[in-house]
Design a protein around this ligand. Structure first.
Ligand code: ADP
Length: 331
């Protein structure tokens, strides 16, 4: 598809070039051949006036000779213009192909990214659906299923539905930030973070140690920025040590910016995974086997943060834990 688009665009460039060459060459030839006619006529008149004709050929011979020379000159002129036109056309076609490719390259990249994104998203949708389908089929086939077996099937189905819900929310958010420039207003960043910490503590029945500087405000879309906090907190909960989870959150002010740090005592991030963890749908090699997820969280967090003029980074030590820093400009 991309190749045919390049060829079509090249053809349009060449057609435009051809029109320009013709518009330029035809009048050029006309003007130059008129000049030749006029010069040759004037030269003939001068010869007659100076009576050179008495010494040489008759006026008719001179006219004939003159016309033959002019015809020669004109065909030379035509050949030269045609040659220049062909050279221009060849160079133009090569340049057109190059520029067509260059023009369409970003579109090709966007198309490839879009195709990859659709394939990844479909894969992420299919996995929970397939799990739910097989669990329901097994439960239906077994007519002697006990109440507790059915309850366990339903609760597993609910988990898959929650995963699907999370995935569709994140996909919608990605589309939203891809297509819109964000507006938003000023809001209390300190309060948003404190609220999220309380929610996480009660949801997972755990304690998070926090040090949140009060009265820090930021400008942006609160729903999106609080989604970033949710992603980082949920990752911290998910990856923290299972037996003795330790999660710390701090919000502080530095020069012209504020820094949110969320740390955990999880397994840390492998060096091989580190450059890719902010890519869409990327999941760490170890993580895939040990925990559920769709690999969209950090990509979304990064894109939302950058749309707000901020920056997200990670500090990690394998076996010790990870610490994510989110920096936003002061409002
Ligand atoms: P998900 O958690 O659904 O896999 P994310 O985009 O949130 O997707 O994270 C991408 C990858 O980054 C994870 O698969 C995991 O390997 C790694 N990662 C993210 N947060 C942490 C963390 N706190 N500790 C260890 N690894 C992490």
């Amino acid at each position: 598809m991309f190749r045919s688009a390049v060829n079509k665009l090249t053809a349009w460039y060449v057609a435009a070039l051809l029109v320009i060459i013709l518009v330029y060459s035809v009048p050029m030839y006309r003007i130059a051949s008129d000049r030749l006619d006029r010069t040759s006529r004037r030269q003939g008149d001068i010869l007659v006036q100076k009576q050179v004709i008495f010494l040489g050929p008759s006026p008719d011979d001179i006219r004939g000779l003159r016309q033959a020379v002019v015809a020669d000159e004109k065909s030379d002129l035509l050949r030269q213009i045609a040659l220049i036109d062909v050279i221009l056309l060849v160079l133009g076609t090569t340049a057109s192909y190059y520029f067509a490719k260059k023009t369409l390259h970003p579109i090709e990249e966007a198309h490839i990214a879009q195709t990859r994104f659709t394939a990844d998203a479909s894969h992420q949708l299919r996995t929970p659906l397939a799990t739910m389908q097989s669990e329901i089929e097994v439960a239906m086939r077994n007519s002697k299923s006990t109440k507790s077996e059915l309850e366990s099937t339903l609760s597993s189905n609910l988990e898959e539905i929650a995963r699907l819900n999370r995935l569709s929310t994140q996909l919608l958010l990605l589309t939203k930030i891809d297509n819109n420039s964000l507006s938003g207003s000023e809001f209390s960043w300190s309060k948003t973070i404190s609220k999220k910490i309380l929610n996480t503590e009660s949801r997972y029945n755990m304690k998070i140690s926090s040090n949140i500087k009060a009265n820090i405000s930021v400008r942006g879309e609160e729903s999106l920025l609080s989604e970033v906090v949710t992603i980082l907190l949920e990752n911290a909960v998910k990856y923290a040590d299972k037996k003795h989870p330790k999660i710390e959150v701090s919000l502080s002010k530095a020069s012209k910016k504020n820094v949110l740090i969320i740390s955990d005592n999880g397994p840390g991030i492998d060096l091989k995974d580190l450059p890719k963890i902010f890519d869409r749908f990327y999941r760490g090699k170890q993580t895939i086997e040990n925990s559920s997820g769709n690999g969209l969280g950090l990509a979304l967090a990064k894109e939302i943060t950058e749309k707000h003029g901020g920056h997200i980074s990670v500090n990690t030590k394998v076996g010790k834990g990870s610490s994510f820093s989110l920096t936003l400009p002061q409002k």
